[in-house]
Design a protein around this ligand. Structure first.
Ligand code: GLY
Ligand code: MN
Ligand code: MN
Length: 444
């Protein structure tokens, strides 16, 4: 399976430490285990920042980065080996494994952190940590600082500056390396196969969850441990609920089904949406709305590339969709005035995309100094325009009501413009209808 190479984690730590001020220290905790019920845990997912800097997959661990430290700059606190626990819960790296397999210069048992970490912090001027996102860990950090303060009369020097690490780290995460793009391409390819499988399996009378099962099958077969977010399988008017989650309605002939789903590979997300007819053939109204969304997505792709700013793609989708809604008689008036008045928001109420990476809605600022961010090579984002006509929208003819269409792809900014990572799922009306017809013919 395609993964981020170990050498890349070392490079990231070095790059972060190069940006930290002299005589500083950074401290990051692993994600906590979440209890699902009593003795059952949720599937463990490492914290994205922690994963980004270490690739270390275990809970109960803390990364400490100390640029310039004589005895090693990268210290990892983690669980000790424990044959009895490992028999039940699986292998642990232990301190030896942390150094041998995960590049730590020094490793200590997590149970010793209260004794050791204050000594590592002492004498450093500045502490970088993810302040605010993990109140319990923030309290630990203050406890360690207070240990040092309590020894001030003995000459101990507590740090004076506490700085949020996010700013440095999240900017790094925004620019994907070749290795990251490779992992994301693989996640998108597996997800594309999952969408194709769901289209091929679609039949009236099945449930939305039947198609979700087809997605899950391809995700797991492709090596994904889990979906990057709860899959949305929304048929008929359910497609007008943007984050529909029930996935339990019966698929009806004549309806569309909107599937928004993507898997996660090595902690990198994919995020793909396709909308197709349950029985394989678009009605004229469905086709008109679908092709309008598709045109708006094409217009957005043309405005993604180095030197273009973040909002240009969104603005392009707004213009195409507003113009098209007027042409179809769903909006009335002057296109420019309708855009200024945001009339399109009754049908298109979300933005055209978001950063994509380790988090499905990834980190990174959208504005810099009050201006939309200018795109650069290696940034990855989704392009996901949609039109949703509320089932109770009395201001449009009945034939349009309850149609919901979104088309979402994942792209990386390249020197030439952008590369679509999720192109493996058909998207034109003709290609979708042909794929579904072939699947039905084969099954017959
Ligand atoms: N699946 C959530 C989104 O598309 O942003
Ligand atoms: Mn999505
Ligand atoms: Mn998305």
């Amino acid at each position: 399976m395609i993964q981020i190479p170990k050498s890349e984690y070392a490079r990231r730590r070095k790059a972060l430490m190069a940006q930290m001020v002299p005589n500083s220290i950074a401290i990051l905790p692993a994600a906590a285990v979440a209890i699902r019920n009593r003795d059952v845990e949720h599937v463990y997912r490492q914290d994205s920042d922690f994963q980004y800097l270490s690739g270390f997959p275990e809970p109960e661990a803390v990364i400490v980065l100390i640029p310039g430290r004589e005895y090693g700059e990268y210290v990892l606190f983690c669980r000790e080996r424990n044959p009895a626990r490992e028999l039940w819960d699986g292998l642990r790296a232990g301190q030896e494994g942390a150094m041998r397999d995960f590049g730590a210069d020094d490793a200590f048992p997590i149970s010793d952190i209260d004794d050791i970490l204050p000594g590592l912090i002492e004498g450093r001027d500045r502490v970088y940590s993810a302040m605010g996102s993990n109140p319990e860990f923030d309290r630990h950090v203050m406890d360690w600082i207070n240990v040092i303060r309590s020894k001030a009369h003995l000459g101990a020097q507590p740090p004076n500056e506490f700085v949020a690490l996010d700013h440095l780290l999240h900017d790094m995460r925004l620019y994907k390396s070749a290795a990251e793009v490779k992992v994301m391409r693989s996640a998108a390819e597996i997800s594309a196969r999952a969408h194709v499988r769901a289209m091929q399996a679609s039949r009236a009378g099945l449930h939305e969850f039947s198609l979700e099962a087809e997605l899950d099958y391809e995700f797991r077969k492709g090596g994904a441990k889990m979906a990057a977010y709860g899959s949305i399988v929304a048929s008929g008017r359910n497609a007008c609920i943007l984050h529909y989650q029930e996935n339990d309605a019966v698929l009806k002939d004549g309806d569309l089904v909107l599937i928004d789903a993507g898997c996660e590979i090595d902690c990198y997300a994919s995020d793909i949406t396709r909308t197709f007819p349950v029985s394989g053939k678009f009605s004229p109204e469905q086709k008109a709305i679908y092709e309008l969304v598709l045109d708006s997505q094409e217009a957005a792709f043309a405005l993604i590339g180095p030197g273009k700013h973040w909002n240009q793609a969104h603005e392009a989708t707004v213009r195409v969709i507003t113009t098209g809604l007027v042409d179809l008689g769903l909006l009335q008036g002057d296109v420019d005035a309708l855009i200024v008045g945001e009339a399109y928001k009754a049908f298109y109420m979300h933005r055209a995309g978001h950063w994509l990476g380790m988090d499905v809605h990834d980190v990174g600022d959208y504005k810099v100094g009050g201006e939309w961010r200018v795109l650069e090579v290696g940034m990855t984002l989704t392009v996901e325009p949609g039109i949703y006509i509320a089932p109770d929208n009395q201001s449009v003819a009945k034939k349009w009501r309850g149609i919901g269409v979104r088309i979402e792809d994942d792209v990386v900014v390249t020197k030439q413009g952008c590369e679509v990572l999720s192109g493996g799922v058909p998207k034109t009306v003709a290609a979708i209808e042909a794929l579904m017809a072939a699947a039905r013919a084969e099954a017959a």
